[in-house]
Ligand binder design. Structure first.
Ligand code: B4P
Length: 190
């Protein structure tokens, strides 16, 4: 089983590179952001709750996201591995993921950490907001997402560095150039 966490600030290219990973390695893809946006679109209770956090650039509470992730993962049977895109985002989520995988007799293979500087992140997200109309891709919300990333998510890097799973990759350049570097990191643990 190849279980890959794709990790990075908002706009670092997690979603983009996840698409490449699932194609090349034939993996299932779980993007907690995509799952939450689908719930919002369908107007479910979870979607309504998530909307309040996402529109402010805040994280959806851990217990809600952890339960959601566990349920989605249960539907991914008969797969050769999973790309976890945007999960975990807090220490509590990373501990929960380890327990969930342990129950399945699995573990994280590698954590791909995409590093991109802040002005470039802001540029990319503003551009996407203009095209997609995503409600959280506006300057004010982008700034809070970046603050939340720094305070709550980036501490996870140290956690995965200690376990020897972190592969840090410069996320600047063309999508193909970056994917070549990601593939090299994945091939080492395959
Ligand atoms: P996500 O959907 O995960 O949004 P994101 O972090 O902003 O990253 P995204 O995947 O969309 O963007 P990417 O880096 O691919 O989360 C949205 C919200 O949901 C969160 O803020 C939070 O509220 C909530 N949420 C999600 N997961 C949660 C969790 N686990 N716990 C609690 N709350 C959670 O960037 C892509 C952009 O960059 C694209 O426009 C792309 O075209 C561009 N790009 C990519 N590579 C490029 C390159 N090489 N050069 C130029 N542009 C590039």
């Amino acid at each position: 089983m190849l279980n890959i966490i794709i990790f990075g600030a908002p706009g670092s290219g997690k979603g983009t590179q996840s698409e490449n990973l699932i194609k090349k390695y034939n993996l299932a893809h779980i993007s907690t952001g995509d799952v939450l946006r689908a719930e919002m679109k369908n107007g479910t209770e979870l979607g309504k709750l998530a909307e309040g956090y996402i529109s402010k650039g805040q994280l959806v509470p851990d217990d809600v996201v952890i339960e959601m992730l566990a349920n989605v993962l249960d539907t991914k049977t008969d797969v050769s591995g999973v790309v976890f895109d945007g999960f975990p985002r807090t220490i509590a989520q990373s501990e929960a993921l380890e327990k969930i995988l342990e129950k399945r007799g699995e573990k994280i293979s590698v954590v791909v950490n995409l590093e991109v500087e802040e002005p470039e992140l802001i540029d990319r997200l503003i551009k996407r907001g203009q095209q997609s109309g995503r409600s959280d891709d506006n300057l004010e919300t982008i700034k809070s997402r970046l603050d939340v990333y720094k305070s709550q998510t980036s501490p996870l890097k140290e956690h995965y560095e200690k376990s020897g799973k972190l592969a840090t990759i410069k996320g600047l350049g063309t999508i193909d150039e970056i994917f070549t570097l990601i593939s090299e990191a994945v091939d080492k643990v395959k």
